[in-house]
Design a protein around this ligand. Structure first.
Ligand code: FAD
Length: 482
C-alpha cells in the first residue's frame, strides 16, 4: 500500500482534521526543541482516545508502516523524532488528556497519557494530594512521555523515578490489542511485572494510553536552603548529615558548580545570587513534611550552623518566605536556558555511586579538557541520586570549523562515559537512550544484555514498527517473525 493510501486510511479512522500533512503543520513535530534532530513523516496523527490509537497501530501492522509516538517533545535524546525516510507516522498523544479518576482512599489517580505533568500535579492538588514528580519541562512534557522515558527530576531522592510512581498502565500493544493493566494495587505478585517493561521502553514496545499513579500527602512544613561549599566532598558530607538527621524529609539535594551558577546569572534575567560568598559548589536543599508546625526552617538552620562552625560549609541561606524559596529554585530551573545561551552544549546524564561523585567529576572534567581544551565545563545534578549532568560548552565559532561538530561531541561524550563506567556508573540515569545514545548503549550493556533486550523487542514487536531505530538497533533480518 502506498504512503498516500496509508494516510487516507488514517483519515477514515481519525477524521481529516486530525491527520496533519501540511509541512507548516507537521514541522513542530519533526524536530526536537534543541533543533538537534530532524526527521520526516507521512503524516502526524492526533488520535482522541485509546480505541483510535489501537486502530492506528493495527493500520501500521497491516501496512508495515513505522510508528513514532510523541508526547510533549521535550526529550533530550531524539526519541520522539522519526528518521528522515519519510515512511513513518508520528503519533501525537496530546488529545488523550482526560483525568479519568481520583481515589483519595487508595491514594491513586488515573490519567490519560497526553495529560501534561503540570495538569497531573494540579489534579492531585485539587484532590488535596501530591503527585511528586517535578521537572523543568513539567508544563509541556506528558505523563506518557515521562513513563516512556522513566523520567527522574528533582524529587527522586524521596519519591523515586517514574518507575516507582506507576501502579498500573493501559497500553496498545504492537498488534493493536488494548492491554488494560490499570490495576491500582500496591501489591500484585502474579508473575512477570509487565508494566515495568513499558516504563523506560521509549515507545519501542507499545503505546502507553493511560496510567494509574501513586499520590502522596501534601507537604505542610517546608524549608528551602542554598549552601556554598568548598568542595564536592563537603557537599556529600552535608547531604549525609541532613539525611542522617532528617531522613526522608530531605526531598531535594541539587548541586551546582560555580561556573554553572555564573552562567545562569549571566544569561537568565531575574536571577540573583542568594549568597555573596563565591565558592566552587552550591547545594540547593528542600526539606518537607506532611505535618504542619514542625519548624523545619529552624531545624535546617541549626544543622547548617554546625557545618559553618566546623568549616564544612562556607555560607548558607535559608528561605524565610515563599518568594525567597522560589528565587532559589529559579536558579536550578534556569540551567538549560542558561547553557543553551552560553554556547554549543554537549550534555551528559551519567550517574555513579553517590560516594564516587567527586572522583567522577574530577576525572571526567580532565577527560573533557584532554579532548577539547577550549571546552568550559559546568555541572548540575541530583547529588543524592549520584546523577551529575556534566556539560561541556564549546565556543559558537566551532560551528564554522572544518571539523564536524558531531565528531567532537562524540569524542567528548565517549570520554565522559568511560569515566562513569570505570567508576561503576551508567551512561543514562534519567533521559533514556533514544537515538543519540543507542550506539553507546550497546557498548555499555555488553552482548548478553543486548541479546535479551533484542529478544524482548522481537517478542513484542516482531515487525519492528514501534519507534524503530530507538533504544535497540533495528535488525531487518530478524525484524519479521519467521
Ligand atoms: P517526548 O519527548 O515526546 O518523548 C520521549 C520518548 O517517549 C520518545 O521515545 C517517545 O517516542 C516516547 N513516548 C512519548 N509518549 C509516549 C507514549 N504515550 N507511549 C509510548 N511512548 C511514548 N528529564 C528528566 O528525567 N529529569 C529532569 O530533571 C528533566 N528536566 C528537563 C528540563 C527541561 C527544561 C527539558 C526541556 C527537559 C527535561 N527533561 C528531564 C527531559 C524530558 O522532559 C523528559 O525526558 C520527559 O519525560 C519527556 O516527556 P515528553 O512527553 O516530552 O516525551
Amino acid at each position: 500500500m502506498s504512503g498516500m493510501e496509508v494516510v487516507e486510511r488514517a483519515r477514515t479512522i481519525l477524521g481529516s482534521a486530525h491527520v496533519l500533512v501540511d509541512p507548516a503543520d507537521t514541522a513542530p513535530f519533526l524536530a526536537d526543541w534543541r533543533g538537534r534532530y530532524r526527521g520526516a513523516a507521512l503524516a502526524v496523527l492526533r488520535p482522541a482516545d485509546a480505541a483510535q490509537v489501537a486502530a492506528i497501530v493495527r493500520l501500521c501492522g497491516e501496512t508495515g508502516t513505522p510508528l513514532v509516538p510523541q508526547g510533549g517533545n521535550t526529550g533530550v535524546v531524539g526519541g520522539a523524532i522519526p528518521d528522515n525516510t519519510g515512511r513513518s507516522l508520528v503519533l501525537c498523544l496530546s488529545r488523550l488528556n482526560r483525568i479519568r479518576g481520583v481515589d483519595p482512599i487508595g491514594d491513586s489517580l488515573t490519567v490519560e497519557a497526553g495529560c501534561t505533568l503540570a495538569a497531573v500535579q494540579a489534579a492531585a492538588e485539587e484532590a488535596g494530594r501530591l503527585f511528586p514528580m517535578s521537572l523543568g519541562s513539567e508544563g509541556s512534557c506528558q505523563i506518557g512521555g515521562t513513563i516512556a522515558t522513566n523520567a527522574g527530576g528533582t524529587a527522586v531522592l524521596r519519591y523515586g523515578p517514574m518507575r516507582d510512581l506507576v501502579l498500573g498502565l493501559e497500553v496498545v500493544l504492537p498488534d493493536g490489542t488494548l492491554w488494560n493493566g490499570l490495576r491500582a494495587l500496591r501489591k500484585d505478585n502474579t508473575g512477570y511485572a509487565l508494566k515495568h517493561l513499558f516504563i523506560g521502553a521509549e515507545g519501542t514496545l507499545g503505546i502507553v494510553t493511560a496510567a494509574t499513579l501513586k499520590l502522596f500527602p501534601r507537604p505542610q512544613s517546608v524549608a528551602t536552603g542554598f549552601i556554598a561549599l568548598p568542595s564536592l566532598e563537603s557537599a556529600l558530607q552535608v547531604f549525609a548529615r541532613l539525611r542522617g538527621t532528617l531522613g526522608d524529609r530531605v526531598t531535594t539535594a541539587e548541586v551546582l558548580s560555580e561556573p554553572q551558577l555564573a552562567a545562569v546569572l549571566a544569561h537568565v534575567p531575574g536571577t540573583v545570587r542568594p549568597l555573596t560568598t563565591i565558592m566552587p559548589w552550591y547545594l540547593l536543599v528542600e526539606i518537607t513534611d506532611p505535618l504542619s508546625g514542625l519548624e523545619l526552617v529552624e531545624r535546617l538552620e541549626e544543622l547548617l550552623a554546625t557545618g559553618l562552625e566546623d568549616g564544612c560549609i562556607a555560607d548558607a541561606a535559608v528561605a524565610r518566605s515563599h518568594a525567597q524559596a522560589e528565587a532559589m529554585w529559579k536558579l536550578r530551573h534556569s540551567v538549560s536556558e542558561a547553557n543553551r545561551k552560553s554556547g554549543i552544549v554537549i550534555g551528559h546524564d551519567t550517574a555513579v555511586p553517590v560516594a564516587r561523585i567527586p572522583d567522577f567529576v574530577t576525572r571526567a572534567t580532565a577527560a573533557i579538557a584532554a579532548v577539547r581544551p577550549d571546552a568550559r565545563v559546568v555541572a548540575v545534578g541530583h547529588i543524592g541520586d549520584g546523577n551529575i549532568h556534566l556539560v561541556a560548552i564549546l565556543p559558537e565559532s566551532l560551528r564554522a570549523s572544518a571539523e564536524p561538530l558531531d565528531r567532537i561531541a562524540h569524542a567528548i561524550s565517549a570520554a565522559v562515559h568511560r569515566e562513569a563506567i570505570e567508576l561503576g556508573g551508567t551512561i543514562s540515569a534519567e533521559h533514556g537512550i533514544g537515538q543519540s545514545m543507542r550506539d553507546a548503549l550497546a557498548a555499555f550493556k555488553g552482548p548478553a544484555e543486548m541479546a535479551l533486550m533484542q529478544g524482548i523487542k522481537r517478542l513484542f514487536d516482531p515487525q519492528g514498527l514501534m519507534n524503530p531505530g530507538k533504544v535497540v538497533a533495528a535488525d531487518p533480518r530478524r525484524g519479521v517473525r519467521q
